[in-house]
Design a protein around this ligand. Structure first.
Ligand code: 13P
Length: 272
């Protein structure tokens, strides 16, 4: 059963994504996805989508395991360049990911923005590049602790969302995934309250509505990310505008990640 809550008339199927960040070499990644495959049954994924996002060096190995064992998770990447090819040493181009069977790409993660200088402009270009190759961007937005304390959360979310979404067609917007990831909650164990997550996701949906129309706003899936664990996943994903989770640390162990997926599935099945 998909989700119809929140602003707009859309019906949305939640997405639970595991961002492995710079963890797991390709052998560890193979083991992790095999383990996940043993833990996730058809019932767990009947009502939602699941994706894993290994490092570039693990993508091919994980893709092979997923395909070989028919594991019901989508393959995702953590980043890409916005050009299709070129003299950009160390970068990976969107068509290379598409060729590997990648269907989702995280774009503008706060760690890319903070440590690698990714600007709103580059994020917008990358969203378009991912869409151009028929993959789904997971656009990350979120405020710093300082911005939160200064009462700038709303303005920050508005600016980041607007910069990335402006100019996209209604169909493109409807197919997007946005992840609300407050930076102060990432890897800190300080999860946003369900009320805060709901408020922020509803605000982002409202911004999408203003920039791109009600149809896209009703359909766009908005995840929450930041210290999601099996114990708090159901309450967070139970919020009407929270359409899943982007999970970092707790996605590395298959048992923990599967428990988050199962918590999410239970809340989707029982309605929220
Ligand atoms: P944690 O779940 O480790 O807080 O990380 C969240 C995140 O950044 C996912 O992209």
């Amino acid at each position: 059963m998909a989700k119809a809550g929140g602003a707009g008339a859309g019906v949305r199927r939640p997405l639970v994504s595991g961002n492995w960040k710079m963890h797991h070499d390709h052998l560890q990644s193979i083991r992790a996805v095999q383990d996940l495959g043993l833990r996730l049954g058809a019932a767990d994924v009947a009502s939602l989508d699941v994706s894993v996002h290994p490092t570039f060096t693990s993508l091919r190995s994980v893709q092979t395991v997923i395909e070989d064992r028919a594991i019901p998770v989508a393959l995702g990447a953590q980043h890409c360049h916005h050009d299709d090819q070129g003299a950009f040493t160390g970068e990976v181009a969107p068509p290379m990911l598409a060729r590997l069977g990648v269907s989702l790409v995280i774009v503008g993660h706060s760690e890319r923005r903070q440590f690698f200088g990714q600007t709103d402009e580059v994020v917008a270009l990358t969203v378009r590049a991912v869409l151009r190759h028929a993959m789904t961007p997971i656009l990350c937005v979120g405020e710093t602790e300082e911005e939160r304390e200064d009462g700038e959360t709303e303005a920050r979310l508005t600016a980041q969302t607007t910069a990335a979404v402006k100019g996209l067609s209604p169909e493109q917007v409807a197919g997007l995934v946005i992840a609300y990831e407050p930076i102060w909650a990432i890897g800190t164990g300080r999860t946003a309250t369900a009320e805060d997550a709901q408020w922020a996701c509803a605000h982002i949906r409202g911004v999408v509505g203003e920039v791109a129309g009600a149809e896209g706003a009703g359909a766009v899936r908005i995840q929450y990310g930041g210290s999601v664990r099996p114990e708090n996943a159901a309450e967070l994903i139970g919020q009407p505008d929270v359409d899943g989770a982007l999970v970092g640390g707790a996605s590395l162990e298959a048992a923990t990640f599967a428990a988050i997926v199962q918590a999410a599935a239970s809340v989707v099945l029982t309605g929220r």
